[in-house]
Write a protein that binds this ligand. Structure first.
Ligand code: AGP
Length: 593
């Protein structure tokens, strides 16, 4: 999705803007641009990658500027639709994330008043509105302009002859990075990590005026103070660290991520989580999320129902927003890596309006989800750059395990075993990674096919969904995740020699049924790759090939199985020479509905 950067200080701004934009590339974009303020505004933008923009752009002289990576919503990717956008005079420039929902009406009105538009975007109304209200004071003009717009926005505005950046936000992330006689603006922390780790998170309704030595934030005309935070992510965390892709690095970080997440929760200092949303006669749980986080939520349902004996409903946020009912005496959890997914944030607001206390599980400190929630638990995955979620999913699972286990009424012995199992997970995850070469061979085989089914049962049904999602999003192989028992209700018609089936087998009460499902598949001549525990001879004999994973309690089998499937997807995509970290049409953080 779109990314925003801004700088004001004593250094030449252009290299800083371009460097910061490269740090936002992971979000997904189709065009980019920069504007630098001097006596006038100098602008360069195009439907190209940041690297190409850097080479093609003229050298601009100036110490204040703004930049943008655009992910097209209104109007195709093109030079004219790229940001920044200018007013008619060319003296005001704006970058914007979000959607202005009343832009058509505003555009008609402004056109009638004599404004000329050059793009198809909703954003372009903003610089024209600012121009309309501009009387040598950018802040006042921005405030007046924003009173007329409806929708969501995070913006930075720049005017020739005014040494300041004016920022504003509503329903979109925007942070200020504090430097020494210089300040930075960004939609996302990695953009400023090379320069500072001191940040201020802006809140909805805030308008900020940023100069090189001062940050003034106000809302409704009254100055407000916003706390300064220290970002704990390091620059190294956001680099590839010798790996070919961020995704591979992030897959390999998982033993550490599990350890880091557990240190916070399974420790003597913090023996149990005070789950505020589960207090006060809560009788059921609702978990809402999207994509991979939704799959973590589905696994959460299985563990909550098994270990908490609490009825648990899971909804994709995009569906819940249109039909889901908020039930009385329901504790709500939302799971979102980025904390900025528009569908998830909308669901959170609905839940709160419906009187449901909401716990957010998110990876990004200060994200919108953390602001809306009644209570937030941060996963300790570190920055996840690859569009395909891997380590954040793992951290979500670990938090869910611990949340459920810390409130579980299961007998003491079972709980003690589970806690022991949880502590062993970093080592088990490492064992899966140590099997990488073997998994690579399976991936090379799989990469020749165009259609693949992933099947599992029980707690491994969501693992099948996640395995299929990983494969399809990065290798572009059509993959479907199915509950293994559902194959006979339709999908068997598609099976045959050209459609391999990945069967995820756990040693739980679904085991025998899974063996039967594999037999059904084999009878239709589909090649079967099983993901199964080491030493399982029955599977060795039945499946065409087996990806072995270490023995764990079946409750934890999603951890080892998912890592194996992540590697499978990664190496299949690599074999097909796909752009693994930035799959086509996708964005890391999906800030539109
Ligand atoms: C999965 O690999 C995806 N990148 C995607 O499904 C993602 O999980 C989804 O968009 C939700 O994102 P969130 O966790 O940041 O809310």
């Amino acid at each position: 999705m779109c990314g925003i950067v801004g700088y004001i200080g004593e250094r030449q701004v252009q290299p800083i803007l371009l460097n910061s934009l490269t740090k936002l590339e992971y979000r997904g974009y189709d065009s980019c641009g920069i504007a630098v303020a001097g006596d006038g505004i100098e602008l360069y933008k195009d439907a190209v990658r940041v690297k190409t923009l850097s080479k093609a752009s003229p050298q601009f002289n100036g110490t204040a500027g703004i930049g943008h990576t655009r992910w097209a919503t209104h109007g195709k990717p093109s030079q004219l639709n790229a940001h920044p956008h200018l007013d008619c005079s060319g003296n005001i420039a704006v970058v914007h994330n979000g959607i202005i929902s009343n832009f058509q009406l505003l555009r008609q009105q402004l056109t009638a008043e004599g404004h000329n538009f050059t793009s198809e975007t909703d954003t372009e109304v903003i610089p024209h509105l600012i121009e309309k209200h501009y009387h040598n004071n950018l802040e006042n003009a921005v405030e007046a302009a924003l009173r007329e717009v409806e929708g969501s926005y995070a913006i930075i505005a720049l005017a020739a002859g005014e040494p300041k950046l004016v920022v504003a936000k509503k329903d979109g992330p925007l942070i200020i990075g504090i430097g020494d006689r210089e300040n930075f603006i960004a939609s996302d922390v990695p953009a400023i990590l090379d320069y500072t780790n001191r940040v201020i998170y802006l809140e909805d309704g805030d308008i900020g005026v940023i100069t090189k030595g001062k940050i003034r934030i106000s809302r409704d005309g009254t100055e407000v103070s916003r706390e300064e935070h220290k970002v704990l992510w390091s620059v190294e965390d956001a680099k590839k660290g010798g790996y070919e892709h961020f995704m591979l690095k992030e897959i390999h970080e998982q033993p550490k991520v599990i350890r880091d997440t557990l240190v916070g929760w399974v420790s003597a200092e913090e023996p149990a989580v005070d789950l505020a949303v589960m207090r006060g006669g809560i009788e059921s749980m609702l978990i809402v999320a999207c994509g991979t986080s939704y799959h973590a939520a589905l696994i959460g349902k299985y563990i909550a129902e098994e270990l908490l004996s609490i009825p648990t409903r899971v909804e994709p946020a995009s569906e819940f927003n249109y039909y889901g009912q908020t039930l009385a005496r329901t504790g709500a959890i939302v799971i979102t890596q980025s904390g900025e997914t528009a569908d998830t944030l909308k669901a959170m607001r609905r839940l709160k309006d419906g009187g449901c206390p909401v716990l957010a599980i998110t990876n990004v400190v200060g994200s919108s989800a953390s602001r809306i929630a009644n209570q937030t638990i941060y996963t300790r995955a570190g920055p996840e750059i690859s569009v395909a979620a891997t380590k954040s999913f793992m951290a979500q699972l670990i938090v869910l395990y611990w949340l459920v286990m810390s409130s579980s009424k299961a007998d003491a012995r079972r709980l003690a075993d589970l806690i022991m199992g949880l502590r062993q997970l970093p080592g088990k995850a490492q064992q899966v990674l140590d099997n990488e070469d073997k998994i690579m061979e399976h991936a090379a085989y799989l990469s020749r096919y165009e259609n693949v089914f992933f099947v599992g049962r029980g707690i491994n049904f969501p693992v099948a969904l996640e395995g299929a999602l990983k494969l399809k999003e990065i290798s572009y192989i059509h993959a479907e995740g199915y509950a293994a028992g559902e194959l006979k209700h339709g999908p068997l018609a598609l099976l045959g020699k050209k459609v391999p089936v990945i069967a995820i087998v756990a040693r739980d009460n679904t085991y025998e049924a899974m063996l039967n499902n594999i037999r059904e598949v084999k009878a239709r001549e589909s090649p079967v790759i099983a993901v199964a525990e080491e030493g399982d001879e029955a599977i060795e004999q039945l499946a065409d090939s087996v990806i072995t994973v270490p023995k764990v309690d079946a409750v934890f089998s999603p951890v080892v199985n998912t890592i194996a499937l992540q590697l499978l997807a990664y190496y299949a995509a690599k074999q097909r020479a796909c752009p693994i970290d930035f799959p086509r049409n996708l964005a890391k953080s999906v800030t539109v509905e």
